[in-house]
Design a protein around this ligand. Structure first.
Ligand code: FAD
Length: 387
């Protein structure tokens, strides 16, 4: 990794700490990355590292005044090089708690955020439903105020940390005069919450479907004002979407490292693979794409740290760019490693699978490009610059 990105010492220090944690988790990675529930040893190592605290505001046990997009991106880049499970566990402590940081009552913040920072509590954000993915406005979960309580009913699907989380930030249709969508915090042990694990994906993940069967929580568990659920979800994405680009960069870098190690040491036709036919070009193109994606991702993350809402388009570009680069890089890496790139249980095989879901979750590539193109064409119509 080059030093020309000009990271301030606090970010360099965070990257070093993330490197130490990644190295500690290396011996658990193959096992953890096959699990559908949280790996206790990886969780304990993440807790001991103190790194989850960067996902929470300093006033509630966190590191920065508010969760810092560049810090999260840099840490995810380093963790994803070693283990998708570790990266996801770290990422969700922010993605699953930001609505509390931004919209929770003082009491709710004090109750949950210090536990999220210390990994005592595992966080989750429940938006997706069996019939609703990208088109979240069509969701059918309901939140109904009733006698000082909120009654939550519905079914959420593909929820990261589902089954192991201590609470769920649930997006639902609010049954108030103004209607709209709201977010509410539902403790995982509330009566009426049940989880199943009907799906598993190409790169195993802690995923569950969650049924909310008339779950009653205090009105104080509401996050943000009634009808402001989407604003909080957007605020979450504005801070955390760019960190997916960080994870994609780490995945791509590790794949290139493995491809380099293999092709410079294995000889065919009297010389190293790295000198044969198109292999050198494939390696150099991967390097080029990674460096370009990294430079832009850090720039977008810096912008998101300073002005999250104002730079969501940059975060989306970074997410699209870096995840698509990761897809190409892992594919080339497997190709130049031949049969050794295909062996189950090797790091390159895990990286190849880990790269794929990144282009779908937290805004599929096409959904983000659609939003970006609308902004771009609008800027032409209004005569403003696209950036
Ligand atoms: C590993 C993993 C973890 C996840 N964790 C969570 C979680 O913690 N919480 C949660 O709520 N959800 C989670 N999800 C769900 C995830 O957010 C959805 O998969 C995502 O929103 C896409 O929805 P979908 O899969 O239903 O695809 P669909 O919405 O059915 O879209 C399918 C495809 O159609 C195209 N498409 C859709 N809409 C448009 C559009 N407007 N313009 C152009 N093309 C479009 C895209 O190519 C897209 O990939 C997770 C998913 C995965 C794979």
């Amino acid at each position: 990794m080059n030093s020309f990105h000009g990271l301030e010492p606090r970010y360099v220090e965070l990257r070093e700490r993330a490197g130490v944690l990644a190295a500690e988790c290396a011996q658990h990675a193959e096992r953890a990355d096959e699990r559908d529930s949280v790996d206790p040893e990886v969780r304990a190592l993440l807790a001991a590292s103190g790194l989850a605290a960067i996902q929470v505001p300093a006033a509630y046990g966190g590191t920065f005044e508010r969760p810092d997009a560049l810090a999260g991106t840099i840490v995810r880049e380093r963790l994803a090089m070693e283990s998708g499970h570790l990266d996801s566990l770290f990422a969700m402590q922010g993605i699953g708690s930001y609505a509390i940081s931004a919209g929770g009552s003082e009491e709710i913040r004090r109750e949950w955020l210090p536990k999220v920072a210390s990994m005592e509590a595992i966080a989750a954000l429940a938006l997706t439903e069996p019939e609703v993915g990208s088109d979240l406005k069509a969701l059918s979960t309901t939140i109904v105020p009733d006698g000082g309580e909120l009654v939550v009913s519905g079914h959420k699907s593909f929820i990261t940390n589902g089954g192991d989380a201590d609470y769920y930030c649930v997006l639902g249709q609010e049954n108030t005069a103004g209607g709209g969508h709201s977010l509410v915090l539902v403790p995982a042990d509330a009566p009426g919450v049940s989880t199943t694990r009907p799906h598993q994906i190409v790169a195993p993940h802690v995923l569950a479907d969650i049924a909310f069967d008339g779950v009653r929580v205090p009105e104080g568990n509401r996050l943000g004002a009634p009808g402001e659920g989407f604003a909080l979800v957007l605020a979450t994405l504005a801070t955390f979407r760019v960190s997916v680009a960080g994870a994609a960069l780490g995945t791509a870098q590790a794949a290139l490292d493995d491809a380099l190690a293999h092709t410079t040491t294995r000889e065919q036709f009297g010389g190293p693979l790295a000198r044969l036919g198109p292999v050198p070009q494939m390696l150099a193109m991967s390097w080029t794409e990674i460096e370009m994606a990294r430079a832009f991702t850090y720039q977008a993350a810096r912008a998101a740290a300073a002005d999250p809402a104002g730079s969501l388009h940059l975060s989306s570009m970074a997410k699209v760019g870096a995840t698509e680069v990761a897809g190409r890089v892992v594919d080339r890496a497997v190709q130049v490693m031949g049969r050794f790139g295909l062996v189950r249980g090797t790091r390159i095989e895990r990286l190849y699978r880990a790269a794929r879901p990144m282009r779908v979750y937290e805004g599929a590539t096409e959904v983000l490009l659609d939003a970006l193109s609308r902004r771009l064409t609008k800027s032409v119509r209004t005569g403003e610059g696209g950036s």
